[in-house]
Write a protein that binds this ligand. Structure first.
Ligand code: ADP
Ligand code: 5GP
Length: 191
């Protein structure tokens, strides 16, 4: 039997509120041969979020246990909550030859690039800081304190944009999605 080809790892990053979730929802509706890596988080679920679909929502103790047991490929504290990627899920899928996509913040993305130098990184940028703030506020999912924390991270996040292979400005959902699809079609060789 021929050796099974390893799957490819895609990492999508960019500041909170830029539209990663919105664009990825379209992407996953149209692409069934790539898995979304569901992260673990200590943040509370938003009204529209589902356990095991958007995140695995866990307590601080459960998160600590996962860190101690070396279950996470990478993890970080972001805006007062913990977030981490399941090592087992990602490694099993890649071994089976299945592509995997992570949607994580920029520090985590950097750590993944160190561990997986061949990963394909995509940074979503907002058209402007003002538009990003207006999207974050318009989502109505965070209180003022959480919005301020997220906005305070934006400058650092934007300064890292050039470290990632592809930069896509999310000015308009349809055109940003089309660009992401073009990246995937190119990198996956149309498979
Ligand atoms: P992220 O996942 O990066 O935090 P979201 O996908 O939740 O961002 O988007 C934040 C808000 O901005 C949502 O209310 C979403 O509907 C809106 N949004 C996303 N993309 C655009 C766009 N291109 N133009 C206007 N609003 C957008
Ligand atoms: P949110 O609370 O808006 O869902 O996510 C906040 C930030 O955490 C987003 O930038 C999101 O991409 C990122 N994030 C989600 N899961 C992970 C993860 O497993 N690891 C890291 N490093 N960041 C994550």
């Amino acid at each position: 039997m021929a050796d099974l080809k390893r799957g490819k790892l895609y990492v999508v990053t960019g500041p909170s509120g830029v539209g990663k979730g919105t664009i990825l929802e379209k992407f996953f509706n149209n692409n069934k041969n790539i898995y979304f890596s569901v992260s673990m988080t200590t943040r509370c679920p938003r009204p529209n979020e589902k356990e095991g679909v958007n995140y695995f929502f866990v307590s601080n103790e459960e998160f600590d246990r996962a860190v101690k047991n070396d279950e996470l490929l990478e993890w970080t504290e972001y805006s007062g909550n913990f977030y981490g990627t399941s090592k087992k899920f990602v490694e099993n899928a890649l071994l089976k030859g299945v592509d995997v996509l992570l949607e994580i913040e920029t520090q985590g993305a950097k750590k993944v690039m160190e561990k997986f130098p061949d990963c394909i990184t995509i940074f979503f940028a907002p058209p402007s800081f003002e538009e990003l703030e207006s999207r974050l506020r318009g989502r109505h999912t965070e209180d003022e304190n959480a919005i301020q924390k997220r906005l305070s991270a934006v400058r650092d996040e934007l300064s890292m944009a050039e470290k990632f292979k592809y930069n896509i400005v999310n000015d308009e959902v349809e055109s940003a999605y089309t660009k992401l699809q073009a990246v995937y079609d190119f990198e996956s060789g149309g498979k």
